[in-house]
Design a binder for this molecule. Structure first.
Ligand code: NDP
Length: 337
């Protein structure tokens, strides 16, 4: 059972050498008579920014830290190998929190059975899984969007961002996205349908840039990066604007948070800034699938994935998220079905 192990707690920017690939000789077996865990063969493993937060000893993220020497945990798409639970049969496809290894024993609480197989299985790590739910709940539930409103999305071509932009366009909003390379900016404009897009690395004065794209201000800022970006956005929010705070990837590798000095704008503009953790919204999953599956089938929403081949290439793919190496949803293809 090949595994990706966290060697030790990480401080600062993660490196490939923080993770080890090992071959464990233990054969996993379903405990006799057990019906509350299933044995899964992991096919696709999702690379998600929050995973860095689990690598810090005294993480304040409220997610619980990993133990050095243990495999990474994360979302994945798997096949059921063995199950004593009536809802899960051998060869069923599922997505769940699993481990970075070929085979895992996973509790049945928190497993989602995959019922729709006419779309790529890998989508259940992205558009049809946790990031898709994040875009949906963050934008519609927390953003309370109205037609014609002005929406700004950071990390706009990523797993979550590319969907927020498309959902906002379908809702009749004016949408601007930022990303860190020309290739990504082209995707924003030509594939995801953003009205405007820019490379934030080429904009030395983000406040001025935002004023150019939003002369009347921003109604909804979908926050993915935090830091200096949030600071410039605060100056450009409209009165009663909303900021669903999905993530702050610019802060995850810092030992001291940095970049925000304009917090008083929250008062002046009566801005609603609301953080959320997507697992609190998983009860909306069926409603979300009813919304998004027809859009995928009709080609009204597209999804770009960046798939690393092989579990051994997973660590580099994961770490690449923090330098923007990924183009679209990053995942790792672990093994054939
Ligand atoms: P992405 O696919 O967008 O990948 C991360 C991207 O972030 C990179 O490609 C890079 O894009 C950008 N980035 C990396 N470092 C920085 C930096 N220092 N400053 C600015 N941008 C940076 O990831 P996801 O779509 O999966 O996640 C987006 C955000 O949503 C993250 O903050 C994540 O933690 C959060 N999230 C929160 C959830 C929740 O429950 N609240 C659930 C899922 C995600 P670029 O080239 O554009 O710089």
């Amino acid at each position: 059972n090949k595994q990706v192990i966290l060697k030790d707690y990480v401080s600062g920017f993660p490196k490939e050498s923080d993770l080890n690939i090992v071959d464990s000789t233990i054969t996993l077996k379903l405990p006799q008579g057990s019906n509350d865990v299933v044995l899964l063969k992991n096919l696709y493993l999702s690379c998600d920014p929050y995973m860095r937060l689990l690598m810090t000893k005294d993480t304040t993220a409220g997610l619980g830290a990993l133990t050095p020497g243990s495999p990474l945990t994360g979302f994945g798409v798997s096949k059921v190998v063995e199950s004593g639970h009536p809802d899960y049969k051998k060869d069923d496809s599922v997505w769940s929190l699993t481990k970075w290894e070929e085979y895992s024993l996973v509790p049945t609480t928190g497993i989602f059975k995959i019922e729709h197989n006419d779309v790529p299985l890998s989508y259940y790590t992205g558009i049809l899984g946790m990031p898709g739910m994040t875009a949906y709940a963050g934008f519609f539930e927390l953003g309370s969007p109205k037609k014609g409103e002005n929406v700004y999305v950071s990390a706009a071509s990523g797993a979550v961002g590319q969907l927020v932009g498309q959902f906002a366009k379908l809702h009749g909003c004016y949408v601007v996205g930022s990303a860190g390379t020309k290739e990504k900016v082209d995707l924003l404009k030509n594939k995801f349908g953003y009205d405007e897009a820019f490379n934030y690395k080429e904009e030395p004065d983000l406040n001025a840039t935002l004023k150019r794209y939003f002369p009347e201000g921003i109604d909804i800022y979908f926050e993915n990066v935090g830091g200096k970006t949030l600071d410039a956005v605060l100056l450009n929010m409209r009165v009663h604007g909303r900021i669903p705070v999905s993530g702050m990837i610019s802060q995850y590798n810092l030992t001291q948070p940095e970049g925000v000095t304009n917090l008083a704008q929250i008062i002046y503009k009566r801005i609603r800034i609301e953080g959320f953790v997507i697992s609190d919204y998983f009860h909306l999953y069926t409603k979300f699938l009813e919304f998004v599956l027809p859009l995928i089938r009709e080609g009204k929403v597209v999804y770009v994935e960046d798939i690393a081949e092989g579990l051994e290439n997973g660590p580099a793919a994961l770490i690449g998220l923090y330098s923007g190496r990924n183009v679209g949803k990053q995942l790792s293809f672990s093994q054939e079905q």
